[in-house]
Write a protein of this length. Sequence first.
Length: 270
Amino acid sequence: MDQSSASERAKPAISDIVAGLARDPAFASLRPSFVNYYDDVARNARLDALTSRFVADGDLAFDIGSHVGDRIGALRRAGARVVALEPQPLCAAAIRQIYAGDASVTVVEAACGATEGKLPLNVNSSNPTVSTLSDSFVASAADADGWREQVWDTTIDVPVTTLDALIARYGVPAFVKIDVEGFEADVLAGLSVPLPALSFEFTTINRDVAVASIQQVMAQGRYSFNAALGETHELLFPTWVSADEAIAYVTDIPHEANSGDFYAVREMSR
């Protein structure tokens, strides 16, 4: 019997690892995320279909704000090598267990921003998915419908790197996903080279961040945009739109839309 094949078969499935973490009291605050992001088969099929539009086998991708790593899984299923950034120690520990032994996943326990250094992370202990470096995000949530119940109850100092520093170390990625709860424009401010494609989260409580993010992307070259709301992972527009149209969209959508992701592709690369 081929020893490497036997070793591969002996590895526990990701679903089994996630199920074990969900039962572990040490990861109790992440249980809703494990369920929402790993157990929804239809949602993950849509995510895989969308992800495969931007990466192919052997490509490099960055996952900025990995949380519990479901986007790592989609990128790996598309064949990409992944550098995953996550500043929360509990989330980083979960990701390391879920993707243990996968040489194509590099976990960096750090945040990403405009400059390298350290910054205080506002931690939401009961809902870590919305922990953020953005004080304005926390302030905006305090008076917003659907957000008032969220509590950022502690802060921790975390190391911060930049997209430029990651590129210098790992190479230029084919795709970068950014989901950092209102800190997206700061992440993009640390980028000085054009990328083939990227995505960044937007929220209706911080529309100005989405506008600034679009402008940061356009500072690197000519890009076209599309969007996906919430966890639909389906592009809204039948054709890619301009930066001005993307800004008009995020400016006009109702508050109840809550959040989504903009996707940007460099026009010369499509």
